[in-house]
Design a protein around this ligand. Structure first.
Ligand SMILES: Nc1ncnc2c1ncn2[C@@H]1O[C@H](COP(=O)(O)OP(=O)(O)OP(=O)(O)O)[C@@H](O)[C@H]1O
Ligand SMILES: [Mg+2]
Length: 256
């Protein structure tokens, strides 16, 4: 579905270049759920931006379903790290915006937006404006918008970072259920290893900047997963411990 082939990315800053990714190689299968984890500033968001076609690689290429990505890839829904709700639209119309762009009529898109708002626990906030929402509510509005868009691939950059533990579990369950129902391929960035192992088929641990792949770990836990209880199994614990050991090294090196 997605091939990242020898991708490097540098950003010019004054007279030098900040190298965000270096010779990054990753092949993602259709319907796979991939978690990307790694130290802050290593290049994770940059990677998603390149899959989405927002940034071009400095070297190498990103291939989506056999085609080199050269422009914004409209087959992917992208929930960015910084929320980008439109301040002049109420929450419902923000969530319905991608449907509006694809020409769905008003009554239908409003009805579908209201339904998905209920799923993320935002019912009652349809007529509010983004500035009236808390950080976690804004995150959920972005998640709802992406889910409603229903693209074949979903990119999510720290989608659950601002949520409390209870709400995280509800959103985890929802994401896995909708992704399975819609046959979506999912790539998400997280700093939460528990979340990565709970949700993913494969966890990619990145090195500190420039991001390279430090470790790739398959998560062969059966699906559908019980997002609350899967963490208490021995299989989960073994995977978690092995990953944590590698991650600890990356995070420690960063501090030196
Ligand atoms: N548009 C840009 N222009 C210049 N530098 C950039 C740009 N985007 C990212 N960078 C730089 O590239 C590096 C990687 O940034 P990126 O946002 O990909 O990190 P990240 O892994 O997502 O970090 P975090 O976990 O904190 O979100 C950083 O040094 C950042 O300053
Ligand atoms: Mg980031």
């Amino acid at each position: 579905m997605i091939e990242i082939q020898h991708v490097s990315k540098g950003f010019r800053r004054g007279d030098h270049v900040v190298e965000a990714l270096r010779d990054f190689n990753l092949t993602i299968e259709k319907r796979e759920v991939i978690a990307v984890i790694g130290p802050s500033g290593c290049g994770k968001s940059t990677l998603l931006n390149m899959i989405a076609g927002l940034y071009a690689p400095s070297k190498g290429r990103v291939v989506y379903k056999g085609q080199t990505v050269t422009d914004v890839n409209t087959d992917v829904g992208y929930m960015t790290q910084k929320d980008n709700l439109l301040p002049w639209r109420n929450v419902r119309d923000n969530i319905a915006f991608p449907l509006e762009l694809s020409g769905v009529d008003k009554a239908e898109r409003e009805q579908r937006a209201v339904a998905v708002m209920k799923q993320v626990g935002l019912d009652g906030f349809e007529a509010r404006f983004p500035t009236e929402l808390s950080g976690g509510m804004r995150k959920r509005a972005c998640l709802a918008r992406m889910m409603l868009y229903g693209a074949e691939t979903a990119l999510l950059d720290e989608p659950f970072a601002a949520l409390d533990a209870q709400l995280k579990l509800v959103m985890h369950e929802l994401l896995l259920r909708l992704a399975a129902e819609n046959g979506q391929t999912v790539v998400f960035v997280t700093h939460d290893l528990m979340e990565a192992v709970t949700l993913a088929d494969r966890v990619i641990v990145c090195t500190r900047r420039p991001a390279m792949i430090a470790l790739e770990q398959k998560i062969p836990l059966p699906r559908p997963r019980d997002v609350l209880n899967v963490r208490f199994t021995n299989e989960f614990k073994e995977l978690y411990d092995a990953l944590w050991e590698r991650l600890r090294v990356e995070y420690q090196e960063e501090r030196v």
